[in-house]
Design a protein around this ligand. Sequence first.
Ligand SMILES: *[C@@H]1O[C@H](CO)[C@@H](O)[C@H](O)[C@H]1NC(C)=O
Length: 362
Amino acid sequence: MYASVGLLLPVLLLLLPCVPGLPFYNGFYYNPGGRKLGSGHREGLFNGVKLVVETPEETLFTHRGANVTLPCRYHYEPTLASPRPVRIKWWKLSENGAPEQDVLVAIGQRCRSFGDYEGRVHLQRDGEHEASLELQNLRPEDSGRYRCEVIDGLEDESGVVELELRGVVFPYQHPRGRYQLNFREAQQACEEQDAVVASFEQLFRAWEEGLDWCNAGWLQDGSVQYPITLPREPCGGLGLAPGVRSYGPRHHRLHRYDVFCFTAALKGQVYYLEHPEKLTLTEAREACREDGAHIAKVGQLFAAWKFRGLDRCNAGWLADGSARYPVAHPRPNCGPPEPGVRSFGFPDPQSRSYGVYCYRRS
Ligand SMILES: *[C@@H]1O[C@H](CO)[C@@H](O)[C@H](O)[C@H]1NC(C)=O
């Protein structure tokens, strides 16, 4: 089956350096010693020798911008005296409606990375039987499950590594109000706030940490759900237990809701600009620029509140035209008794009632 592709290419492959852009097919190339490939059944290359691949069981937690190693090692049982050439393939599993993605393929010193991963991934070369993947400059969308496959001739074994970025989930509503976004617009809205549409797992974790929101929002898998910690009449009724409530999958184009966005911890700094006067939205943008920064996005404010403990009782403009303020330590005259990012919605852009939150890359 796949091996027939491999028969055509092994010679060519030996000449390929590890650079992106070369015609490296997403099939199986490796064909040790030009063995005759029989009917395709797994004939057990080494007569009783087993290939074993090991990956960690626990989820790896990390943060945006970090470098992380996804551990994967293999060995033979019983141990073999001499090393054997293997082919290693990493890919990201299809999840939450996102398609499967190739990450990297390697044979000996030659490797190829794909798509968004080009230039950001390396195979660890130190040590025999090492197939760990180094992933640099992590992005929010890198969360997920990765499969490490080791192929020795006709034997292949694999393991899965789960990677989760620390982040924060926040509900987002269009400036025109509640339930204005179809799925594509929801994706775009999160992107504009330096975030991505949250997965069910991320929303569930946020609910466990206390997120309670009575408006339904899109999730990455195209379903629409909302998290309730305190059951009440307008939010599904008193009779229902606390939980994440689902409307199920909705039509991507025709149905309109809010959205739950996920943003990961960030590198730069979000701060309330000390300024003598209150500002209009236009003046606010300008004031941040003059300070060598940009007006902050909603996702950046949430990340700074969650991971830097940003705490300020002054409402400020944000890039989307909303006005909000972050409270890490609730106190009197500073909103509700729970920590959170308080919102004033989308005020008249001309009103001079607010300051501004700026974001500066570190
Ligand atoms: C990640 O690795 C690259 C290349 O080795 C390095 O330049 C960068 O500083 C590292 N980033 C972090 C956050 O350690």
